[in-house]
Design a protein around this ligand. Sequence first.
Ligand code: PEP
Length: 253
Amino acid sequence: MNSNRKTIIAGNWKMNKTPKEAEALLGEVLPKAAGASCEVVVCVPYVDLPIACGKTAGSKVSVGAQNLHFKASGAYTGEISAAMLQEIGVSYVVIGHSERREYFAETDATVSLKIGAALAAGLTPILCVGESLEQREQNIMPEHIRTQIKIDLSGVSAADMGRVVVAYEPIWAIGTGKTATSEQAQEVCKLIRDTLAELFGAETAETVSILYGGSMNAKNAAELLAQPDIDGGLIGGASLKADDFGQIIAAAQ
Ligand code: PEP
């Protein structure tokens, strides 16, 4: 963490919690976030967004969606636009999560369009990048991460880059219980910052919050968050347990 950048602890609930269950979980999470000096975000399923926005109003917790469509409106059955999210009080949106890339054929080209749509609507995109185990073992991780960053952020100006959050999420660490070591996570978060410096200038790169995601939990959070280029966490499984999420928030103080 670095005091010049915003520290963000974001929960990604994935496809978990009905609206009633979401209300109950938020009731437990809100007191744990009340004294937080970091930014706390809950990225919830679409149908939970209204209840989450209502319940968190006036609190320290911001609400995020887990996806959007890049078009403003039209014949895209089943999709949700950035303006729809913005109008109900959503402020963040996860874009390019590896599960969307893997199961829903999301590409760097569509991720890039979605980043543009989020920024145009005043939402803060949380761009997810990360390598597979195979790519790591073949030593092509750095090239893969740099390519993702370059294409996904190709339409973003240096001025707008200050409104983008990047999450490094090694695919092999997501939902597997296998966390990257703090050295591995720091190495790639630094690589991401160096790539941002090349693209947008060192001054801008220094302002971007870069999160680590991949089996972050109450036990390993403090060590990961102590790394100089890790400015927070994107947390899946552990964000569904209020106590664990609360401990990760506390580790970010
Ligand atoms: C995620 O979904 O972004 C994630 C990091 O999941 P988990 O914490 O469960 O590995």
